[in-house]
Design a protein around this ligand. Sequence first.
Ligand SMILES: [Zn+2]
Ligand SMILES: [Zn+2]
Length: 129
Amino acid sequence: MHLTADALLERVRTRLPGVSLGTIYRTVDILREIGLVQIFTHNGMAARYEASLSKHHHLVCDVCSDITNVNVPSLAPVMHAIAAQYHYDDIDASLTVTGRCVNCAAQADHAGDRAEPVERALETAAARE
Ligand SMILES: [Zn+2]
Ligand SMILES: [Zn+2]
């Protein structure tokens, strides 16, 4: 689960109504420092917090901003090869794959169905000329 600070606040407030957004930020900062929370940001999107899992990468839908955790074992050799070439140490790499999720693709297909009569009308009109 990847929650924004606002979403975290909403959840915490169901139990502790007096909690402020500032408290949420201070708490996740501490949890991040001790390695219990990971932060994920992409392309100006609001930062998302998640419980610290093992190293993973992200698949992000450009349409609905849905985020999926993915494992990319083949990234490690690539990262090490680049580091070796440029003599970097202490390396890390994060991969974010973007695209359109299955739900959004399905919705776009339905939108296509609705557009079809218009296309057919245009074709008919063109055939008449
Ligand atoms: Zn989507
Ligand atoms: Zn994640």
